[in-house]
Design a protein around this ligand. Sequence first.
Ligand SMILES: Cc1ncc(COP(=O)(O)O)c(C=O)c1O
Length: 404
Amino acid sequence: MPPTAELAPIAAASTTYAPSQNIAELKESATIAVANRARSLRAAGREVIDLGAGEPDFDTPAFIRNAAHKAIDAGATHYTATEGILPLRQAIAAEATAIAGRGATAGGDPIQAADVVVSNGSKQSLFNACFVLFGPGDEVLIPTPSWTSYYEMVALARATAVPVWGDRERDLKVTAASLAAAATPRTRGILLNSPSNPTGAVYGRSELAEIVALAEERGWWIISDEIYARITYDTPATSVLELASSRDRLILVNGVAKAYAMTGWRIGWAIAPRTVSAAMTAFQSHTTSNPAAVSQHAAVAALTDVAAADASIAEMVREFRARRDAATALLDAAGVRYVRPDGAFYLYIDVGGDGGAFATRLLDTQGVAVVPGAAFLTPEWVRVSYAAPREQVLEGVRRLAAAL
Ligand SMILES: Cc1ncc(COP(=O)(O)O)c(C=O)c1O
């Protein structure tokens, strides 16, 4: 398989240790690698503008932090049910049912708490889903560029990740036709992510509907990672829940990390058909058990105090939009090519050459950290995160444009 090819496998053999087959292909996460490099340069006294990070630079809203304090004082310090506390799963199910209800098809019955499995971040939900659904011989289509961990998660399940590259003319998005062309009789699933990391592109309703229809017709599992759904600028993101005619082969993944600025709390979830949610729970019961009790209570506040949550998300999105508009104006003025983002908080920039060499030069000579596109299987690009203070984003983008 081709995953994040330019990164070396992390498992080095020694005289006493031979990496197991499970991790023989495993690569370091490029985004975390960049963050570490920027951190060590800073520790050495260099000034670094870090535009590598994939997390909101906002504090978790006070109403959520307060709920967490209260939960600790009320004794939320014990194990919980493996799949998460009932009030949280009920809140997730209610929100998802409302989203499904926006669609014409509505995907069948209301979503129940029993369909929901809460994990340590949506990253674990995605991994668990891949692990219980796919195995040796299975192929999984991954619209590319996409988040670096998808390729590795599919490989850890010992299935084959099949990248399907998007068109430049379509903001690097794939079409149902390009997915159909990449499919084989071994295709078992597809991993969707709209709004997209790393491009910020958002699939339009009809684009997504065609892809969902193809997957349903072929009987593929859809894993839809909608972690950036609430961070959009021009048009709201469409959820696969609104389009699916049934949830029989749909795993919807989301979490609190991005919309509620709660990356460190580690709460994500999967909504899956009952048999799959039971398998994911069983798997989780033997690996990590429940996610942190106090974090689950904080997530309940995030999902149920809707007025407070909406206000804090709106404020964050307003600031992201201002940064996006100012940064893209700089890029436009400099004639730089990029995907115009409509969601998430990334700018995907075409450097027209070796993105890895460019990112290294940018960090070493200009003190600006960005993520090389090789991490997302598109080596001629780099990813800039604008989840950093506005003046730093603009200064970093200015230096990047000058370096190009
Ligand atoms: C597309 C995508 N999915 C999932 C995640 C993981 O989020 P969480 O913090 O919920 O594990 C990230 C984080 O960067 C992401 O970019």
